[in-house]
Design a protein around this ligand. Sequence first.
Ligand code: EPZ
Length: 423
Amino acid sequence: MDKFLIEGGHRLEGTLRISGAKNAALPAMAAALLTPETVRLKNIPRVRDIVTMTQLLAHMDVRVEAPEVPPTDLIIEGRKVSGAEAPYELVRTMRASILTLGPLVGRLGYARVSLPGGCAIGARPIDLHLKALEQMGAHITTEHGYVEARVAGKGRLRGGHIVFEKITVTGTENVLMAAALAEGETWIENAAREPEVTDLAELLIQMGAKIEGVGTATLRVHGVSALHGTTHTIIPDRIEAGTFLVAGAITGGELVLDGCAPQHLSAVLAKLAETGVEIHEEAPDRLRVRGARKLVAADVTTEEYPGFATDMQAQYMAVATQADGASVITETIFENRFMHASEMARMGANISIEGRQAVVRGPAPLTGTSVIASDLRASASLVLAGLVARGETLVDRVYHIDRGYARIEEKLSSVGARIRRVR
Ligand code: EPZ
C-alpha cells in the first residue's frame, strides 16, 4: 500500500495549477447517461474516483474514451445503456456511484444500485434521494443490499414538488438529473447551492434541459423528452485550491494558484484572512497566498455553500494547530469527521473534542511520526501537518488521497515540498 514520506519544515514557493473539480466531474459523467449522444467533458481531474466512475459507466456498456495522454478530456457515449446496475464492488469504493440512480431511472425507467452504506465520516444515508424519486413516481424497493427504482411500464418519471428536509448535494444532483427527463414540472426546494450543483445544472441546460433558478435554493425543472450531446468544461476544484492555500499559509511560503475560481472560495478566503494569511486575487482565475509570520486563532463552523465547506474542515485544523490561541472548530454536516484530530495529536497538536466541536490550542510544534489517513480530506490534512512537522512524517493509506487529489505529491514537490511516494 502506498505511503507518503514527508520531510517537514520547508517553505513552499512557486505556482500550482488547479485541477478540475472531482465533485463536479462525477455528476457530469453520470449526466452523460441521460442521452444517447456524445458528451465531451473537459478539465477532468486525474483522480481515482474518475477511474471508478469510468468503470461503472463501462459496466453499463457506455463508451468512455480519453483521447489525450494525460487524460483531461473524456468522451462519453451511452448510445445504449444496458444493465442499469451499479454493482456493490464499485459502489463500495465510491459512494458517488449513487449519482447514477437519478439519470438511469430518468432515462430508462429502471435502475438497480447497490446501497452505499456508511463510511468513515458518518452514516450518510440516501433516504432523501429515494423519497424524492418516489414522489416522482418511482417504485422503490431495497433488497439484498440493492435499491431498485422502477417506473410502471419502464415509462417516464413525472414531475413532483420536492422539499428536501435537509440540504443534500448529491441528492439535489440526482433529482435534477431525473427531473430533466421527467414528464411535467419538478420543483426542488431547499436545494443545495454548491458550485458543483450549479455546474451540473449548466451542463444539463447545454444538453437541452429546461432549468430555472440555477444557483438558488429553489430549482424549477420543465422535463423534456430527450437530451442531446454537448461539450462542457468542468469548474476548478475549490477544495484542492483551498488545500494548497493552507499549504502556502502554514509553511510561511508564497504560492500562486492558477486556474482556480476565487468566487467559490469566499468563506475559506475570509477565514484564512482572519488568521492573518495574506491572499490576493491577482486575476479572475489566479490567487496568491503568503503565509503570515504569526497566525492567530479563529473559530470556524462548517455549513452548506456558501458557508465554510466541511471538505475544508480537516485542512483548516492544520492551520489551527499553528495559530496562536484557541480555535473552536464546529462540524455541522457529518457526525464523525474529526478522525484526523487524533492523528494530528500524535504529531503534537493540542486538540480536545467534545461531540461536534474540536478545540485546537496553538501554536503547537508538530513532530513527524507515522500516521494513518482515514478519508480523503483527513489524509490531506495529515499531509499538511507533515509539511510543518519537524522531521519525517509517514502518511499511510494514501489511496484515500488518490481518490480526490491529482498527483498531490508531484504538485507539492514542484513548489519545494519534500514529499515522496513510498511502497
Ligand atoms: C457531497 O456528499 C460530496 N460528495 C462530499 O464530498 C461533501 O462532503 C458533501 O457533499 C457535503 O458538502 C460529492 O459531491 C460526490 P450530502 P453527499 O448529501 O452528497 C445527510 C469529499 O471529500 N443526508 O450533502 O453525500 C448526510 O448524512 C466528499 O469530496 C441524509 O441524512 O453529502 C449529511 O449529514 C466527502 N440523507 C448531510 O445530509 C440523505 O439522503 C449532507 O450530506 C442524504 C444526505
